[in-house]
Design a protein around this ligand. Structure first.
Ligand code: NAD
Length: 266
């Protein structure tokens, strides 16, 4: 049995993960937390996740996640994730991180916490999106600078960060294909008299509304032709299932930093 702990257990992804764990014969939920002010504190994690009661009571002390668990799966917020990542390293506990919206400096801090444990960090844990990201890098590598690259993403109206972590990961893949760093070419905010599009830039456009689980398109605009690569998620269970696959991988992985490509290869 692989013992799993879930911070953010009252959240949308937390609930989905707890339902997936309940259905998996090789996984056991051993601890669950949420923010101290969450109304879920003191309640059974299974009931909060709208599945069978499992006897795991949701607490608010992050340390409780690291006593019994083989793997912690973290879909919370950037501040909480950084704290959990430090605790995971201190305890030598494997951690799967799906939280998005980490700043560049947050990511630098996160990357410094991978010496004593396995860390799987991925802005999108779906299998389809992992393959799409690889495809985007390959297409960008084959097309010349004259092709304008634009990334369009749509998410539900609860989402707090923009562009999505997945859109930025797709931008990084396209930039990598072109042999440049995304920071130097990303065009994220367009408003007012901004002038003509600069060749080589990678543009981002963001839509928010309703209950959209997640839609991403990478569009390569050429002269008189266009290549579009898209992914549409219709059920967030795909992210939970991918995170569970990552947790199984993490349970036996050596210390170090991994992403979903490593998980699919593993
Ligand atoms: P949500 O707001 O429904 O859930 C987040 C939960 O984390 C909440 O219950 C919140 O109270 C809890 N939380 C916040 N701070 C905490 C702390 N210090 N300790 C414990 N719990 C804490 O959000 P969500 O839709 O479940 O998404 C969570 C994160 O996962 C976001 O960053 C989102 O973008 C990301 N996400 C990633 C993927 C992926 O494939 N990697 C997929 C979906 C969502």
């Amino acid at each position: 049995m692989i013992k799993i702990a879930i911070p953010g257990s009252a959240g949308r992804m937390g609930g989905m993960l707890i339902r997936e764990i309940a259905a998996a014969p090789d996984l056991e939920l051993v601890a669950a937390t949420d923010r101290p002010e969450s109304p879920s504190i003191g309640h059974d994690a299974g009931e909060v996740a709208q599945t069978e009661a499992n006897g795991v009571i949701i607490g608010s002390e992050p340390e409780t996640l690291f006593g019994l668990a083989d793997v912690v799966i973290d879909f919370t917020s950037p501040t909480a994730t950084l704290h959990h990542a430090k605790l995971a390293e201190a305890h030598g506990t494997a951690i799967v991180i799906g939280t998005t919206g980490l700043s560049a400096s947050d990511e630098t801090k996160l990357l410094a916490t991978t010496k004593g444990n396995a860390v799987i960090y991925c802005a999108n844990t779906s299998v389809g999106m992992t393959l799409l990201t690889q495809l985007v890098e390959e297409v960008a590598a084959r097309l010349t600078q004259e092709w304008d690259i634009e990334i369009l993403e749509t998410h539900h109206h609860h989402k707090v960060d923009a562009p999505s972590g997945t859109a930025l990961a797709l931008g990084k893949a396209a930039a990598k294909g072109r042999g440049v760093a995304l920071d130097g070419v990303a065009d994220i905010v367009r408003k007012g008299q901004i002038g003509a599009r600069k060749q080589g830039d990678i543009g981002f456009a963001v839509l928010r509304g309703g209950d959209v689980v997640g839609e991403h398109s990478v569009i390569f605009y050429g002269e008189s032709e266009r290549v579009e690569i898209s992914h549409r998620a219709t059920d967030r269970a795909i992210f939970a299932r991918g995170a569970i696959r990552a947790a199984r991988f993490a349970a036996t992985a050596n210390a170090g930093l991994y992403d979903m490509t490593d998980v699919l290869r593993g």
